[in-house]
Write a protein that binds this ligand. Structure first.
Ligand code: FAD
Length: 286
């Protein structure tokens, strides 16, 4: 099933993001994670892809096949392009097509000094435009309510996003954020620019302090004072931070669901307890 078809009716989607385990020893745990996630009846599960040449890329495809054929949930394969040339991207597309994978989250990928960049694809939209005429994939793209860290300006960011949809992206999944007002303003800007495809907010429940610090460095998401107070108070109290982080994420999600948005994409960090708690909190809402 193509992910874009989900939004042909008025249903709001629920989806999860997971990453392939790095170590062989962790692979067996993935079934425990997947069985909980899939019981929660998501519309799709997206699987991340290592930036440029990581050996985990094949695991992404293996995991997507498992989700589709063992758990009967639609997978979305993340695919990065900055460190690959056309023949390598063709090969990924061939394997995905042969395996019956229909949905690709097309990404540029983060710049990684350990891997040489190739010239064929400078941006996600280049890969979408290249692959679109070659197959029948549904392409999703990434978007950034608070702008990509490399962004020149809000205007160029929205213009580039419009190019991504013109190239063929049919659904956008957002970077995580903690301030819904930033997301609502971003949606308004997108609609003014006639980006009219579904834009699904990505929510990450923050449940440990190390993760918060990583987030600040990686994506520069702003912290509203209410969220900052939680971190200040419970940074060193894991159990309290878990409770407060889950409550904060739930209140964000409920605020989004009562507004005119198309679904929720949950960054699960492969933690089934997080996904289950969030789903229990919105069982009668979504
Ligand atoms: P692009 O769409 O190419 O945008 C990157 C920057 O370039 C933006 O500032 C944009 O405005 C600008 N830009 C775009 N087009 C043009 C143009 N034609 N001319 C000039 N500037 C342009 N990374 C991974 O390695 N693996 C993953 O699995 C992964 N999953 C992700 C999932 C989601 C939902 C999100 C939001 C991000 C994910 N990332 C992942 C991170 C992503 O790869 C990085 O944020 C990367 O730096 C940008 O990727 P992109 O596809 O958004 O790039």
């Amino acid at each position: 099933m193509k992910i874009s078809d989900i939004y042909k009716n008025t249903k709001k989607s629920l989806s999860f993001e997971i990453f392939p385990p790095k170590k062989d020893s962790e692979l067996k745990n993935i079934d425990e994670t997947l069985s909980v996630l899939c019981e929660l009846n998501p519309d799709f599960i997206s699987v991340t892809f290592g930036a440029g040449g990581s050996s985990n890329c094949n695991r992404t495809i293996e995991l997507a096949k498992k989700i589709k054929y063992e758990y009967h949930v639609e997978p979305v394969v993340h695919l990065t392009c900055l460190h690959y040339d056309k023949s390598e991207i063709d090969e990924f597309a061939r394997v995905l097509s042969d395996e019956g994978i229909e949905n690709i989250l097309a990404l540029r990928g983060d710049k990684n000094p350990n891997y040489p960049e190739k010239e064929d694809f400078r941006h996600a939209s280049d890969m979408i435009a290249y692959l679109k005429p070659k197959g029948s994939f549904c392409f999703l793209g990434a978007c950034y309510p608070e702008c990509h860290p490399e962004s020149d300006s809000r205007i160029s960011e929205i213009k580039n996003l419009k190019d991504k949809t013109n190239a063929g992206a049919e659904v956008l999944l957002s970077q995580l954020f903690f301030d819904n007002n930033k997301f609502f303003r971003f949606i308004e800007d997108c609609r003014i620019a006639e980006i009219n495809i579904p834009i699904i907010p990505g929510i990450m429940p923050v449940i440990n302090a190390a993760q918060i610090k990583r987030m600040i460095t990686l994506c520069g998401a702003s912290f509203p004072p209410r969220f900052q107070r939680i971190i200040n108070k419970y940074e060193d109290n894991r159990a309290a931070l878990f409770d407060a982080g889950m409550s904060y994420a739930l209140s964000q999600i409920i605020d989004l669901l009562v507004s005119d948005i198309d679904g929720i994409h949950l960054y699960t960090m492969n933690n089934p307890l997080v996904a289950r708690k969030i789903c229990e909190g919105i069982r009668n809402i979504i």
